[in-house]
Design a protein around this ligand. Structure first.
Ligand code: WT7
Length: 699
């Protein structure tokens, strides 16, 4: 199935292609688990899905999974085109090739395409198609306010009307296919409405998590040059009011100074948080959503787009200071998010689904908005803080809406676990059926608590490993199919071929541990980094030629289960949010009294990892509580509160090699207080630095 003409470096695939034989051989490590006696270790700790659960599940057994997995690997084109054509609407079918790819830098530019030539629209597939199939009056969105007692609902047909009004408004201010729209909204219904409205007219949304600072927002605006920015005046988070519009105002001044001015700032008046009279306003640029959007027609023609036209941009952190604009396209992303959602949560039409992630992160894109809506699911949006007014709020919400699928992050599980079982057990939670975890490895004790206390030992947990870049789940349990092991993300999703390689890029087999890569593309993969295809290739495809490199470490146990061990690059995972050490460092060194800074991740009881910063003040400035606070404030204002260092460790100097390279390995050990594991310090330019640092550890 190789095509030897001008673009011979792309592997072409179609439904009739014969499978690459290596792919078939490689699934041999997926063998069935043999259940032994009492577990000798975590690896042997197995939790079986109940018979009742498995019997009703979409994939009810290991055998069925293996069959489907094998089919998906042997014939990806056939597997995915079968799903794409039977479950989605295409205005026009794709060309002869279901996909074409080159993941090997040695063979030329990296390229991934799925369903190229296929003409469709994601918004149409989420709304119109489901309405035509009889879901017009089904609840699409439940909205629960930060304040208990305030809520709202939209059916699928009401949602479509709202989306169309906004789409028409956006067109009226000149937003066209391919234009960027920056969205800085909290978890209001207007957030998924905005995403869907952009998708409807072929505009490219770039949602910025409304916890990012004005400087981070400005950086993203400058990078993607939006026609319109959409925000709201303020939002309540727990007892606090956050004045989002002020942050946007500052960002727009900042970006204008950098040459990018935005003509329209559409602002939703969030009356529960702040009245419009109290909102700062710039006439001519700022427009109240409520004054214009409802005046537009409730229907709007769909802009039909190519499967490979961009759907959205989402910025994420990497190992340099500059965030990366991850670009996802239309067709493959649509098919992949819908299919992964359906199988990993064993979705049923009667489900009420709640994902606690914010739409500002990829989890909210793929598994609040697109994946569930494509399945016609009822989705709950919660505006507020998870422990407000008390740590029982989540379970109060679960009971109020009879939530059946609850998807959250280990950091929340651990924090609720600390607050005690009482807050959980005072609620019934009997509607719950499936639980999910995402963002970082879930430690077995948190897994157990989630399973036993929250789920009443009835609900399987889908520990979904994936990334902003992957678009959707990559390694995840299918809840009815396999025995689970607490803390393991288990097995690859259909069509995904994870490989574990050593530092030379050699694939390891059987029980092993190394760097996690992926062989071959999957429909949901990102296609480029916006405006920087070279960085895309360098970061993800050059480290291990022939593979997509995830940046994660992973081991595989004797039963073939995957255990993610965290990032192996300079990225820290704080409460499931990715932060580049370089970003925090560049914020710190911008402080006039900071000469040098080095940031490392350190284990944190609740957040998973905490941010630990070594700081050398400029000559003549002494260590003080005041300086510490002002350094932390600098990071908060430059990146966002979630990136604030947990610890500032004063450093007279940093440990460097003779060539001036900071030895982070040593800093990590000092931060973790593993002082007997410092290793060889003789290559340091000044080995005395280490002792000085140790002395200052607790000051
Ligand atoms: C990184 C991706 C896409 C999910 C939200 C975070 C870590 C994510 C798991 C998991 C172990 C996980 C990885 C990954 N991660 N889920 N279930 N088990 N680690 O998206 O910001 O793109 O971060 O989060 O380290 O590389 P992201």
């Amino acid at each position: 199935n190789h095509n030897h003409n001008h673009n011979h470096h792309f592997r072409h695939a179609d439904s009739n292609a014969s499978p690459p034989s290596s792919a078939v051989a490689k699934i041999s490590h997926l063998k069935a688990v043999v259940l032994g006696d009492a577990p000798a270790s975590e690896e042997d700790d197995v939790v079986l899905p109940s018979h009742d659960f498995s019997r009703q599940a979409l994939v009810p057994s290991q055998q069925k999974y293996l069959e489907m997995y094998k089919a998906s690997i042997e014939n990806p084109a056939g597997f995915w085109s079968g799903i794409a054509s039977s479950e989605f609407y295409w205005k026009q079918r794709w060309g002869d090739q279901v996909y074409s790819e080159n993941l090997d830098v040695r063979r030329g530019n990296i390229k991934i395409e799925w369903f190229k030539g296929g003409i469709t629209n994601v918004c149409y597939n989420c709304l119109d198609r489901n309405i035509d199939a009889g879901l017009a009056d089904k609840i699409a969105l439940y909205w629960e306010s930060n304040e208990p007692g305030f809520d709202a609902t939209l059916t699928y047909s009401q949602l479509l009307q709202r989306v169309c009004q906004l789409a028409n408004y956006l067109k009226s201010v000149g937003v066209r296919k391919g234009d960027a729209v920056v969205v800085y909204l909290p978890m209001l219904m207007e957030l998924p409405i905005t995403m869907l409205a952009c998708a409807r007219i072929g505009a490219v949304h770039s949602v910025v998590f409304a916890g990012f600072s004005s400087e981070s927002l400005a950086q993203r605006i400058v990078d993607c040059k939006p026609k319109v920015v959409i925000t709201c005046n303020a939002v309540k988070r727990g007892p606090k009011t956050v004045f989002l519009k002020d942050i946007v105002d500052a960002a727009l001044i900042d970006s204008a100074n950098k040459g990018i001015s935005v003509d329209v700032c559409l602002t939703y008046e969030n009356q529960l948080a702040l009245k419009r009279e109290k909102t700062k306003w710039k006439e001519g640029r700022d427009i109240w959503w409520e004054d214009v959007v409802p005046k537009y027609p409730t229907s709007c023609d769909v802009e039909w787009v190519d499967a490979e036209d961009p759907l959205f941009l989402l910025y994420t952190s990497g190992s340099t200071g500059k965030p990366k604009g991850v670009l996802h396209t239309t067709g493959g992303y649509m098919v992949y998010t819908a299919t992964t959602f359906k199988y990993a949560f064993d979705y049923k039409d009667s489900d009420v689904y709640w994902c606690t992630a914010d739409c500002g992160w990829i989890t909210g894109h793929s598994y609040v908005t697109y994946g569930p809506m494509l399945n016609g699911a009822t989705v709950l949006l919660y505006e507020g803080a998870p422990s407000y007014p008390d740590p029982g709020r989540c379970w109060d919400i679960v009971d109020k809406y009879k939530v059946t699928i609850f998807y959250t992050a280990p950091t929340l599980v651990r924090s609720l676990m600390r607050d005690g079982d009482e807050y959980v057990t005072r609620y019934s939670r009997k509607s719950l059926r499936v639980l999910g975890s995402v963002g970082e490895p879930i430690n077995p004790s948190a897994w157990r608590w989630f399973f036993n206390v929250v789920g009443g030992s009835r609900c399987p947990i889908s520990d979904t490993w994936w990334q902003t870049e992957t678009g959707g789940f990559m390694i995840t349990p299918l809840p009815g199919a396999w025995p689970q092991k607490p803390g393991s993300a288990t097995f690859p999703f259909f069509g995904v071929q994870p490989v574990i390689v050593d530092e030379k890029g050699v694939e390891l087999d059987g029980e092993c541990s190394g760097y996690l890569c992926v062989k071959s593309s999957w429909p949901g993969a990102f296609r480029t980094l916006y405006g920087d295809h070279e960085r895309y290739e360098t970061t993800y495809f050059k480290p291990f030629p022939g593979y997509y490199f995830t940046g994660d470490g992973c081991s595989r146990d004797k039963d073939g289960y995957h255990w993610l061990t965290g990032r192996v690059d300079d990225v820290i995972n704080v409460s499931g949010h990715r932060i580049g050490t370089a970003e925090v460092e560049s914020a710190l060194v911008s402080h006039p009294q900071c000469a040098e800074a080095a940031v490392v991740g350190v284990e944190h009881q609740v957040k998973g990892q905490g941010i630990y910063a070594f700081v050398t003040p400029v000559e003549g400035i002494s260590y003080s509580e005041e300086l510490r606070k002002s350094l932390i404030l600098t990071v908060r204002t430059q990146i966002g509160a979630f990136a604030a260092p947990d610890k500032i460790h004063w450093a007279p100097a940093l440990p460097k090699t003779r060539s001036g390279k900071i030895m982070r390995r040593i800093l990590r050990k000092i931060a973790a207080r593993q002082l007997d594991e410092l290793g060889d310090t003789s290559t340091l330019a000044d080995p005395g630095v280490v002792d000085q640092l140790i002395k200052l550890a607790d000051t």
